[in-house]
Design a protein. Sequence first.
Length: 161
Amino acid sequence: MRHQKAGRRLNMKTAHRKAMFRNMVTSLFRSRRIETTDAKAKELRQIAERMITFAKRGDLHARRRVLRVIADKAVVSELFDTIAPAFAERQGGYTRIIKSRRRNGDNAPLSYVELVGLEPKIEELEEKVDKKKKRKEEKEREMKEQMAQMEAAAAAEGEKK
């Protein structure tokens, strides 16, 4: 078993750890808020703040340094075009960690990591939920119609015989 350094290192291989944090920082910039364990949130904060600092510089070298971590070019352009200008006057502290709950399976403490001042608006989240509900209801209605048609066709075949 590997030794933990200063109590903050996660117990996993380096390549897996780097890949996980690359995915997490990409998700954070894409959705503005993610939920993860406390230990991962503290590590993620360092990476995210470094990426925002690079994006505030705005030059080509900074963009290439960010592209080393974030592979999605759409997220990188969003970082440079919308997120970094929002933090132009701020000298650090771009992220916030909010303790949320304990996970059911292993009782691990969970936290939200969000960008300060760029939290997803509650109305936008509600709209997404409403759209999903409408799509689900529409699919259920279509399935019921198809089942009714199939039953009618089966009943019509039964009468012919």
